[in-house]
Design a protein around this ligand. Structure first.
Ligand SMILES: Cc1cc2nc3c(=O)[nH]c(=O)nc-3n(C[C@H](O)[C@H](O)[C@H](O)COP(=O)(O)OP(=O)(O)OC[C@H]3O[C@@H](n4cnc5c(N)ncnc54)[C@H](O)[C@@H]3O)c2cc1C
Length: 401
């Protein structure tokens, strides 16, 4: 059995949030030791390019690894790769590891993110891929090397849409299937229509409002049977139907869960434990609502905040509240889609187009809750900045005039 070791700050999960947490401690409290436990075999690397890199380009881990990760390792941050956290004992401040050893901490940051969901009828089928980690991307790209292979992408959200776009750009036959008749419907009908038109215009075969009921091999080829009776060729299947927080290892820890790890406004989940990134649900004071966000920028920002608060706790200082304007970007068919804000679903939507693209402004009671853009990059950047504080519809309209 490996021995027990100690560290000032333990970070569990070595990706977007974990890296920023480690960086924040190393910068703000360089006298503290930091240990990052990651079940991956690579230093933290960029995930967003995995769905966007052109099909014929190599997906190279050396170029994806964040230079910051190498820098932190050189400065003494202990990255323990290929090591899984198996359980947490908050009473004795100990994380039990897959190596058989244990890590004792003064403060802990949980940043284990999310894992892809593979529902029936896809579970245990051959040639079914998800896209969450580097190895997923290399396996998927190897599976689609044959230009005659028909690819079916199940789930028209951002990851599915981006990979369908990457395939279409390479001239490949690709079908995009979604249960929802209006993909991205939570952003309203005009956005769903614009998104659908974008894919249709790029010759992606769209099958919307249909579920997959069966996966069938016929004459050496494989097809998906949809609820509307359509057969979709599917030599390769990419499942992009969503993710769930990777928190099973915390069973029995005494932490509280409700669609993620529940944290307070300072991202603290218990006495000396913080959480950051895709796995945490916290009250976002900017919008007065609890939320869990599955996007890069929030994960990075929360990682930094949790790292600083972990260092402060060790120094006996009070942690700062974390609030932000949720933001994401997605690149599909040469268009950058961006969103900033937080929607309740009952906003009115104001659409405005120029030669630079289209903006969708979401407002309710005279207040703007969010903005979504298809390109219109310069205007979006300004509106995103304005959203840091309450933004009236009138102020936004004046800006756009
Ligand atoms: C292909 C792809 C493209 C994306 N593109 C965009 C984009 O264009 N725009 C955008 O805003 N967002 C994008 N995202 C989302 C963004 O990358 C994530 O929101 C962000 O990485 C979340 O960071 P995280 O650190 O919270 O979690 P994750 O990135 O999920 O990392 C969690 C880490 O913890 C590890 N781990 C899990 N359990 C354990 C354990 N028990 N012990 C040790 N380690 C563990 C995991 O292996 C992983 O390394 C994309 C994501 C993917 C997968």
């Amino acid at each position: 059995m490996s021995p027990s070791t100690t560290t000032d700050v333990a970070v569990i999960g070595g990706s977007t949030a974990g890296l920023r947490a480690a960086e924040a401690v190393a910068r703000h409290a360089p006298e503290l030791s930091v240990t990052v436990i990651s079940d991956e075999s690579h230093l933290p690397y960029e995930l967003p390019p995995l769905s966007k890199i052109p099909l014929h380009d190599r997906v190279d881990i050396d170029t994806l690894v964040y230079p910051l990760a190498r820098d932190l390792r050189d400065k003494g941050v202990d990255f323990r790769l290929g090591t899984r956290a198996r359980s947490l004992d908050t009473g004795s401040n100990t994380v039990h590891l897959s190596s058989g050893g244990a890590l004792t901490y003064r403060a802990l940051v949980i940043a284990t993110g999310c894992e892809a969901v593979v529902p029936p009828p896809f579970a245990d089928q051959r040639g079914v891929h998800v896209l969450r980690r580097f190895e997923d991307a290399t396996a998927l790209r190897a599976a689609v090397t044959d230009p005659k292979a028909a690819v079916a992408v199940v789930g028209a959200g951002f990851i599915g849409g981006e990979f369908a776009s990457t395939l279409a750009k390479a001239g490949r036959t690709v079908s995009l299937i979604d249960l929802a008749a209006k993909p991205l419907g939570r952003f309203g009908e005009p956005v769903a229509d614009a998104y659908t038109a974008l894919h249709r215009g790029a010759a992606v075969g769209l099958h919307l409002g249909s579920a997959v009921t069966d996966v069938v091999e016929r004459d050496g080829r494989r097809s998906l049977l949809l609820t509307d009776g359509t057969w979709v060729p599917a030599d390769v299947i990419v499942v992009g139907v969503g993710v769930r927080p990777a928190i099973d290892w915390l069973n029995g820890s005494g932490l509280t869960f409700d669609n993620g790890i529940l944290a307070d406004a300072t991202l603290r989940v218990s006495r000396n434990v913080f959480a950051a990134g895709d796995a945490v649900r916290w009250p976002n004071a900017r919008f007065g609502a609890p939320m869990r966000i599955e996007h890069w920028t929030s994960a990075a920002e929360q990682g930094r905040a949790a790292g600083i608060n972990a260092a402060k706790l060790i120094h006996g200082d009070t942690g700062d509240g974390f609030a932000n304007v949720p933001y994401f970007w997605s690149d599909q068919h040469g268009v950058r889609i961006q969103f900033a804000g937080c929607l309740t679903g009952d906003e009115e939507i104001e659409e405005s187009s120029t030669g630079d693209g289209t903006l969708f402004l979401y407002h309710r009671g005279g207040v703007v809750n969010g903005v979504l853009a298809f390109d219109r990059r310069a205007d979006f950047v300004k509106l995103r900045a304005l959203l840091r504080r309450e933004l009236t519809r009138r102020a936004a309209d004046e800006f756009l005039r």
